[in-house]
Design a protein around this ligand. Structure first.
Ligand SMILES: Cc1cc2nc3c(=O)[nH]c(=O)nc-3n(C[C@H](O)[C@H](O)[C@H](O)COP(=O)(O)O)c2cc1C
Length: 334
């Protein structure tokens, strides 16, 4: 039985990316830096650097640090969001995004991931350089657009997810996306924090998982201990979706920051203006400085499933061991 279950965890994603387990660590702004990405890749999953908090030259230094820590594949997650209007913040964001893309292509990072928007012509550029491309979606239309644009792996991110998120729950979104883009590979994201979630994702037709919040509560995640401890302490009802942090719907821990902005809805600016003016400093306040009540602390509903802060390798190992036990219990493979 153990052998059958082990094979069930070796999915086409493992072959496509050259990884041992179909477990990808989500790109998470301010949190997902080189220590975490290297640790997850070394543990057999796919570690991912988030670009959102970096300048392009900081991103290049982080890519090199991952390479110092592991020879295994890893990814860089870039916000490709379409911006509205003009102005200083829009120009700064657009220039920054171009810089992240250039550095990621120049460094030939094995996997480029598009968060928020569509990678467009960057997909073909990445393919020419031998890289793979993955992209997040929150509905079937976005998934179809990604597939039409040649994206290799589509990440179906359910409403449960931490950070920017859509309106559709994962139990509906994942199989709907699988059906829409077959035979392209799909990852399930949002609300997954253990081996049960991995097996459920596979049962829905996904080739693996893209897991964020569980990896915040690890030793290697870049973040204040207060942030990590808060994720362990809160339950599944302690988050809220708000545009306060970036101008786009984003799931955060419910706190004084989110409550204050409930009364200031009309003042919220579109992305990236709100992010540059409010979200960035508020994210640093909560995630780096530990002021969890007054800052922007992105977190998913899966916090309700997380009960400890542990090394990233232990998270990967535990998800694999639990998934095998669940598969064995289901009599998977007959
Ligand atoms: C703290 C935090 C920051 C995030 N930042 C990003 C980001 O920069 N780019 C991105 O594509 N997704 C970002 N996300 C969303 C994740 O990629 C992922 O979809 C999500 O964490 C999955 O749901 P889960 O948290 O329930 O595992 C973020 C999520 C969190 C919790």
């Amino acid at each position: 039985m153990a052998t059958i279950a082990k094979d069930a965890l070796h999915t086409p994603l493992c072959d496509l990316l050259g990884i041992q387990y179909p477990i990808c660590q989500a790109g998470m702004g301010f949190v997902a830096r080189s220590d975490l990405a290297a640790a997850v890749s070394e543990a057999g999953g796919l570690g991912v650097l988030a670009a959102a908090h970096c300048t392009p030259s900081e991103l290049r230094a982080e890519i090199r640090r991952v390479r110092d820590g592991t020879n295994r594949p890893f990814g860089v997650d870039i916000l490709f969001a379409t911006t509205q209007g003009a102005g200083e913040e829009v120009e700064r964001f657009t220039e920054m995004a171009r810089g992240w893309i250039d550095v990621t292509l120049d460094e030939r990072v094995p996997v480029l991931i598009a968060g928020l928007g569509t990678p467009g012509p960057v997909t073909a550029e990445a393919h020419r350089l031998g890289m793979k491309v993955m992209a997040l979606c929150g509905n079937v239309k976005q998934a179809r657009d990604h597939a039409a644009g040649g994206v290799d792996v589509i990440i179906a991110q359910g409403h449960e997810a931490g950070g920017h998120t859509g309106r559709v729950g994962g139990l509906v979104l994942v199989p709907a996306v699988v059906d829409a883009v077959a035979p392209r590979l799909v990852l399930a994201a949002g609300g997954i924090a253990d081996g049960r979630g991995l097996v459920a994702a596979l049962a829905l037709g996904a080739a693996g998982i893209w897991m964020g919040t569980r990896f915040i509560a690890t030793r290697e995640a870049y973040g204040h201990d207060n942030y990590k401890r808060k994720i362990v302490a809160i339950d599944e009802e302690s988050t809220v979706v708000t545009r306060a942090s970036s101008g786009k719907p984003c799931r955060l821990i419910r706190n004084d920051f989110t409550r204050a902005w409930e009364k200031r809805e009309a003042e919220i600016q579109p992305f990236p203006v709100q992010f540059e003016r409010v979200g960035k400093p508020a994210s640093i306040r909560a995630r780096e400085q530990g002021d969890i009540e007054n800052g922007s602390a992105a977190c998913g509903q899966s916090a309700g499933l997380i009960h400890d802060v542990r090394p990233a390798r232990e998270v990967v190992d535990a998800v694999v061991a639990e998934a095998r036990a669940v598969l064995a219990g289901l009599g998977a493979g007959g």
